[in-house]
Design a protein around this ligand. Structure first.
Ligand code: AMP
Ligand code: MG
Length: 354
């Protein structure tokens, strides 16, 4: 089961994907190998659901806890009956509106989908990614492909081919590198198995967008704080995640107060000689002259923070930061997903400054 070969790293143009390489990648998947590929959210580490051993290897390679299920990727809505035991009318409406796209639906699982994929749950998480390379690869493979993010478990998700190579070179058969992904944070995970649809993980399709379908208040959202203690519904949410090596402090509140708080802490930390880094918005730059500063983009453009977040967390490690302060985004629109990932990366180090 262990892979002892060399990883083929292929640069691929998302505008004109080279069919021969995609054929080769599809063949690897079909015979039970692992291929990392780009999607519009983050890179995925793919294994055909028809090969339980390949699925097991995904867990082993990533160091992923066995109780954290995988998302199955399809090339179109038409293939949904291959993995889902029932398709509620809401799923059809959502697919029409958001597929291909960053929305994962949790549905009753068909018994033919191996246990490993769903980590023993009676449900399966599925989506159709909006990326030329992913879609063509899935078409050519001709089977549903389970694919968690293509990073080592706990590390920031990969949004560049180089991130995948950092984590998985030598561990998988092939990496398709098509440059930066677009959205930058993972898909929204939406549970459709209960009466009311419920967001298990905020992501690329925002709560506001879902409310356009279900009406205002027509969507519930799992409280990630409560999930820390209770039975996890999206099991992936209970771990410290997306994390750089240095401890990260997420500072929540009104921007001027947040910036003053961080600036005060930096002045104090000066005495401890730990090298700090700051993740903040372009507008906050003036507070942090002379400090290692990583820009989340403009405050009013959460898509900028989403696109670069994971890359910046990796950059903090590379720059040797020993302590990171992050300015919390507002929890609306795509900002909600960015907040959630920073909150997970903070692993409890969250400061509210009012
Ligand atoms: P990743 O692909 O690494 O971004 O992680 C997939 C996410 O989807 C994790 O948070 C999983 O817990 C969640 N997930 C996958 N399958 C299910 C399922 N059947 N029910 C609930 N959550 C799921
Ligand atoms: Mg992940």
């Amino acid at each position: 089961m262990e892979y002892l070969g060399k990883t083929k790293i292929i640069k691929i143009d998302p505008e004109k994907p080279d069919e021969a390489y995609l054929q080769e990648a599809a063949a690897i998947l079909r015979r039970g190998g692992l291929v990392a590929f780009p999607t519009e959210t983050v890179y995925g580490l793919g294994a055909a659901v028809t090969h339980p051993q390949a699925i097991q290897r995904v867990y082993a390679v990533k160091g992923r806890p066995a109780d954290n299920p995988l998302i199955v990727h399809l090339d179109s809505f038409r293939r949904l009956p291959a993995v889902a035991a029932g398709i509620p009318p809401a799923a059809r409406r959502l697919a029409e509106k958001f597929w291909p796209g960053p929305l994962t639906m949790v549905l009753p699982k068909k018994t033919t989908v191996p246990e490993e994929v769903s980590a023993g749950l009676p449900t399966v998480a599925v989506r159709v990614p909006a990326h030329s390379v992913a879609l063509r690869l899935l078409q050519l493979a001709g089977v549903p492909v389970a694919a968690p993010s293509a990073n080592l478990s706990g590390r920031p998700s990969p949004t560049r081919g180089s991130h995948v190579a950092e984590d998985l070179d030598g561990l998988v058969e092939m990496i398709l590198d098509a440059g930066p992904t677009g959205v930058g944070v993972e898909s929204t995970v939406l549970d459709l198995t209960e009466e009311t649809p419920r967001i298990l993980r905020p992501g690329g399709v925002t709560r506001e967008m879902l409310e356009e379908v279900f009406g205002f208040g027509g969507v519930e959202e799992a409280d990630p704080v409560a999930m820390e203690s209770g039975r996890p519904v999206a099991p992936g949410m209970k771990y410290r995640h997306y994390a750089p090596k240095a401890p990260l402090y997420l500072v929540v509140g009104e921007p001027a107060r947040v910036n003053r708080y961080i600036a005060d802490r930096l002045a104090e930390d000066g005495k401890t000689r730990r090298k700090p880094a700051v993740l903040a918005y372009e507008e906050d730059r003036d507070y942090y002259r002379g400090v290692l500063f990583f820009s989340l983009g403009e405050r009013e453009k959460p898509e900028e923070a989403a696109e670069r977040l994971f890359s910046l967390l990796r950059a903090c490690d590379e720059a040797g930061a020993e302590l990171i302060y992050a300015v919390a985004p507002s929890r609306t629109g795509l900002g909600r997903a960015v907040f959630n990932r920073l909150w997970k990366a903070a692993g409890g180090n969250v400061v509210e400054v009012g």
